[in-house]
Design a protein around this ligand. Structure first.
Ligand SMILES: Cc1cc2nc3c(=O)[nH]c(=O)nc-3n(C[C@H](O)[C@H](O)[C@H](O)COP(=O)(O)OP(=O)(O)OC[C@H]3O[C@@H](n4cnc5c(N)ncnc54)[C@H](O)[C@@H]3O)c2cc1C
Length: 514
């Protein structure tokens, strides 16, 4: 391990070295790649080729800017290689196992001896990841006119970056170096060994006992998937709630689903130490009430938050202010303390998602190259945790509105009241929409449903387009769909407009017109 807590051998390599990972590496870090001779100067130098870096580079090159893109490991960053893509492939396989387990609820006999073939699940993931990687390939970015440099980027002053002994001079630069798993300082953890998102997708054997530190989105998604593959899973969380940021009603539904899946959930619990005993890891726990306990695991996954990649960049030499925990400091225009240098993505944003990295990159292109004044705070940001059921959210939670002194009305439709959800046997969850009190202006919404991530887009669209909840009640949704729950929340709002006075008027009109 180096000071970035990464296995050094992983730079430019992906394990296991099978044909799919070979294809992946050939796309996103070709071993025979020769860095180009730097141009005299670049309009834009991009440090890091994850989502934020790739979107910035492709967008800027597409409008004719001279762009250099520097990546030390794999183009595509976390999302493609060790984040969204592999995790969602695993989740899909885990849902198949669940659906077979539940088959008798649908009048279908489950095949005898069904179960996940873990090596097969992982191979499927590697195959699909390799297929998707063409989009983020060195070849594709070179063909877009981007000068791609593979190597460690480091500022050589306020207007130049160094990579592999070459100097790239820039008018503007973008720091898009992302983040990595935060590893808690637990005694014995390093000696015993652990996985983060950087290594867990290289597993080829299913761990019998799998312990997850942290019930955030990554921990919850992987805990449920591994449990469905057949591991005995324990999830340890210091807080009294899962997914602490989420609506407590939403988190409670997922918590119930985890219990039914047979996940051992330990809330209000901290890990005090780990001791290695042969291939086993003995994990020592302490509950908030002082009760001490222990668990034995074969593999440990750390999902306890993310820290920004700010080390080794010589940010001081470039005049860029940063905080080792929060990342590069940017203003609302995503500009750092050095007005030539911008930042985008996990290295500077509290919302650490691929779609926010993408949105930030688009802001940077406009602000850095065209003196735009696009503000990050103007974005409407949805997100989704892909547990089963999923939790998706956009805008404010009720507590956010109340903290800002905005009074709210909340409208809720339970999925069990939605015909399609009943027919699908997917009744768990709800659509909850908060509006400014006395109006239909949508402030935020939470959806818990099997496909909540797809459903939330309708509400995001309404918020971006300034469409009120009342209007959503008037939008025809095909029957039967689960998204009808959103229209029905709109209907609930519209019914509140039927005040006693309006009722009286209607009664009067009907009497008169009859
Ligand atoms: C397990 C997991 C699942 C996730 N699932 C989802 C999901 O479902 N949906 C979602 O929206 N988000 C998800 N995310 C979050 C998402 O992956 C990140 O928000 C996104 O990748 C951020 O993009 P980025 O460009 O800011 O950073 P990254 O993707 O981290 O890219 C940064 C790049 O910079 C490179 N780099 C760093 N330092 C240097 C340097 N000095 N020189 C050169 N290169 C450097 C790194 O090697 C890396 O390739 C998930 C994350 C994880 C870990």
């Amino acid at each position: 391990m180096n000071e970035r807590q990464e296995p050094v051998h992983a730079m430019g390599r992906v394990l296991p070295e099978d044909r799919y990972n070979e294809e992946l590496v050939a796309n996103v870090h070709p071993p025979d790649w020769r860095n180009p001779e730097p141009a005299e100067g670049y309009h834009l130098v991009v440090l890091g080729a994850g989502t934020a870096g790739l979107v910035t580079a492709a967008g800027a090159a597409g409008i004719g800017a001279k762009v250099a893109l520097v990546e030390r490991h794999l183009l595509g960053g976390d999302c493609l290689n060790v984040g969204c893509v592999p995790s969602k492939c695993l989740i899909r396989s885990s849902r198949v196992v669940f659906d077979i387990r539940e088959a008798d609820r649908y009048g279908v006999n489950a095949p005898a001896g069904y179960g996940a073939d873990f090596p097969g699940v992982m191979e499927r993931m590697r195959r699909l990841r390799a297929r998707i990687s063409g989009h983020d390939s060195v070849r594709r970015f070179s063909s877009l006119g981007v000068d791609v440099f593979l190597g460690e980027a480091r500022f050589a002053g306020p207007d130049a970056v160094e990579v592999g002994g070459k100097r790239l001079r820039f008018s503007k630069a973008v720091i898009a170096t992302g983040a990595r798993a935060a590893v808690p300082p637990v005694e014995g953890l390093r000696e015993a060994g652990f996985h983060t998102n950087e290594s867990v997708f290289s597993l080829t054997e299913l761990p019998r006992r799998f312990l997850v530190f942290g019930a955030g989105p990554i921990g919850c998604e992987m805990a449920q998937a591994f449990r469905r593959f057949g591991s005995e899973v324990t999830i340890i969380e210091r807080a009294p709630q899962f997914l602490t940021r989420e609506d407590p009603d939403a988190a409670a539904i997922v918590s119930g689903a985890f219990l039914r899946d047979g996940i051992d959930v330990r809330l209000n619990t901290v890990v005090t130490g780990v001791t290695a005993a042969g291939t086993e890891k003995r994990v020592h726990l302490r509950r908030a009430d002082g009760f001490e306990d222990g668990i034995v695991a074969d593999e440990i996954l750390i999902g306890a938050g993310r820290v920004p990649n700010v080390e080794g960049l010589n940010l001081e030499g470039a005049g860029v202010a940063y905080d080792p925990r929060k990342g590069v400091e940017v203003d609302d225009f995503l500009r750092t303390a050095n007005p030539r240098i911008y930042a985008a993505g996990d290295v500077c944003q509290a919302h650490k998602f691929t779609h926010t990295a993408d949105a930030a990159a688009r802001i940077v292109i406009q602000n850095a190259l065209f003196r735009g004044r696009k503000r990050y705070s103007a974005l409407t940001i949805p997100w989704c945790t892909y547990t089963d059921p999923e939790i998706a959210h956009v805008g404010m939670y009720e507590r956010d509105a109340l903290e800002r002194g905005i009074p709210v009305d909340t409208f809720v439709r339970e999925m069990k009241e939605v015909d399609r959800a009943v027919a699908d046997g997917e009744e768990e969850g709800f659509v909850k929409v908060h509006v400014r009190k006395g109006t239909d202006k949508i402030l935020g919404a939470t959806i818990v449903a099997r496909h909540a991530g797809e459903m939330i887009n309708e509400i995001s669209l309404a918020m971006v387009g300034g469409i009120g909840l009342g209007a959503l009640g008037g939008v025809i949704h095909p029957y039967p769909t689960q998204a009808e729950a959103i229209k029905q929340v709109g209907d609930l709002y519209n019914r509140t407009r039927l005040t006693p006075f309006v009722r009286k008027l209607l009664a009067w009109w009907l009497k008169w017109a009859a």
